[in-house]
Design a protein around this ligand. Structure first.
Ligand code: AMP
Ligand code: ZN
Length: 485
């Protein structure tokens, strides 16, 4: 079955045909690591994770590359303002490298919590400075750059004929659009508003923590050059899919295309996939507006990571998602329905499978695959899942489902989960307590008997912190359960 994707380049849904047989090169713009990500950011990464899972379900081998922007992303889109990582280091009175390390770790922790598959290759901008310098040198040789004294080396967008093609606007129109929307401030010395910094000089009055020598002077790379250089280094001059949020279309990705294609003269990316934003009361969730929640904020309110992930996949990735707690409550109810269904299936008494049920399974599987392959239509795919659940629940009620059928239904739900990523298998395995936790529970019991309640509490806390297991003392003894995050 073919996969169709909406390609921002050309703005059409097209059949996906990879460059090399069953291999796919996928690049996703990673986080700028100066603060905790908000759930808007995480929704984009969940959407991208679904894309990867759908490709893998279809038998593709995906090389998924993600960058970590630890230098060069300025507070203004116009290449002015402060470097976000250096600014965080200044405010927190710590080292910029330490800030980047800390928040990159926090980001990947959130990814793990949301069951986002780890990229095949994770790359840091600060580890690729010499590659970036070489790349800028090539642009310079080809005549695409100019210098603004005391500021930096800029890319002359008027020299790249197809500049802005990703936006569907030509050079003139895009310049007008950016000016009118005041999306980019005017910078003295820039020839066109669309021109962007390749290399910024370190300011004269402030000592930067992250700076490098270069043929043009001491400084640091621009944010856009990072993604061009690192994606091409690991995936080649032309690769299959490039992802990001829709905010990247007019500036960041337009600039990546210009630099990359100016250097190679070849098409940079075959398919551009962009995820729509999470909104709060009609406005983009963002750090600057302060209208954001982190994953921790939401988990602290008692929701589970499954419910958050479900919320993100229940809306089409190209649809804006208005974040509300009512929406999250609806996601909670849906997740519960799936889990209750699995538990019910497990209880169906043994018996042989039936032919009639096999055809229902095959039909449902095909419909699901068709939906996810149709530009990742997850809302449709989930509707198919729930139609199946309703039908089978009715069969259980009427005692028409055999144990063999139930086993196959479980397998199908787990097959759906290859895309949904809700770790539904957790509800099927009989949980066994790890030996070391069993030993700790025994020592806590001995402490309780010796009336050393302080020690008993400490052990209980260790078990919770280290193993994510909560102990409850009941009249029938100590019970345990995992924290459902
Ligand atoms: P940043 O760390 O700002 O570069 O953003 C990381 C990713 O999150 C990028 O792909 C952005 O396009 C995306 N993003 C930023 N804000 C939102 C939002 N409100 N909803 C969805 N994605 C977002
Ligand atoms: Zn990028």
């Amino acid at each position: 079955m073919v996969i169709k994707l909406f390609n921002t380049m050309g703005r059409r849904k097209v059949v996906f045909r990879p460059l090399k047989d069953k291999k796919v090169g996928l690049y996703c713009c990673g986080p700028t690591v100066y603060d905790y990500p908000h759930i808007g950011n995480m929704k984009t990464y969940v959407n991208e994770d679904v894309l990867r899972r759908v490709l893998e379900l279809n038998g593709y081998k995906v090389t998924h590359v993600m960058n970590v922007t630890d230098v060069g992303h300025l507070t203004s889109q116009a290449d002015t303002g402060e470097d976000k990582v250096e600014m965080a280091a200044r405010i927190k009175r710590t080292n910029a490298y330490e800030i980047a390390r800390f928040f990159a770790e926090a980001f990947f922790k959130d990814c793990d919590l949301l069951n986002i598959l780890r990229p095949t290759i994770i790359v840091k901008a600060t580890d690729h400075i010499s590659d970036m310098i070489e790349f800028i040198k090539k642009l310079e040789e080809k005549g695409y750059t100019y210098r603004i004294e005391g500021d930096g080396i800029y890319f002359d967008t008027s020299k790249f004929k197809a500049y802005g093609k990703l936006t569907g606007m030509n050079f003139k129109k895009l310049n007008k659009y950016l000016k009118a929307g005041a999306r980019v401030d005017v910078v003295p010395g820039k020839k066109s508003i669309t021109d962007f910094a390749l290399w910024k000089f370190s300011p004269k009055d402030v000592k930067r923590q992250m700076e490098w020598d270069s043929p043009w002077g001491v400084g640091f790379p621009g944010w856009h050059i990072e993604c061009s250089v690192m994606s091409m280094k690991y995936l080649g001059d032309t690769f299959d899919i490039h992802c990001g949020g829709v905010d990247h279309i007019p500036i960041h990705h337009s600039n990546e295309i210009a630099q990359s294609e100016a250097v190679t003269g070849k098409r940079f990316v075959k398919y551009w996939v962009h995820c729509e934003h999470v909104l709060v009361e009609g406005k983009k969730m963002s750090k600057s507006l302060g209208n954001y929640y982190t994953l921790k904020d939401v988990l602290d309110r008692g929701y589970t990571w499954r419910e958050v992930r479900y919320l993100f996949i229940s809306a089409h990735y190209r649809r804006q998602l208005n974040f509300t707690f009512e929406g999250l409550n609806a996601a909670k109810a849906s997740v519960k329905r799936i889990i209750d269904f699995l538990k019910k299936l497990k209880q169906v008494e043994k018996g042989a499978g039936t032919k009639k049920f096999n055809s229902l399974l095959a039909k449902t599987k095909k419909e699901f695959l068709y939906a996810v392959n149709d530009d990742l239509n997850l809302p449709k795919a989930l509707a198919i899942v729930f139609k199946f659940i309703a039908y089978v629940n009715k069969m259980i009620e009427l005692r028409q489902l055999t144990g063999g059928d139930a086993e196959k239904a479980i397998k199908l739900i787990l097959w759906f989960d290859n895309v949904l990523g809700l770790k539904l298998n957790d509800y099927l395995v009989e949980e066994v307590l790890p030996d070391e936790v069993r030993a700790l529970i025994d020592s806590r019991e001995r402490a309780r008997q010796a009336k050393d309640f302080e020690l008993a509490d400490r052990i209980r806390e260790t078990i919770r912190e280290k193993y994510g297991i909560i102990l409850e003392d009941t009249k029938d003894g100590t019970r345990w359960r995992r924290i459902s995050r």
